[in-house]
Design a protein. Structure first.
Length: 59
């Protein structure tokens, strides 16, 4: 039987990867002119992506 791992490690990985994805996505949208790049925007996008990932994968 395989171990499911520590939930804290999964949450940290989720936040880190969501942060990188959100930073790239917000930067790309700012290059196109659809959204202004700011760190609060990246933070909000990170939380949204992390919550969606948590709901889709861990629940």
């Amino acid at each position: 039987m395989a171990s499911q791992g520590d939930i804290r490690v999964l949450l940290v990985m989720d936040l880190l990867l969501s942060g990188v994805f959100s930073a790239v996505a917000v930067w790309g949208l700012s290059v196109v002119g659809l959204l202004a790049f700011s760190w609060p925007t990246v933070g909000l996008a990170t939380l949204l992506v992390a919550m969606l990932t948590y709901i889709a994968v861990l629940r």
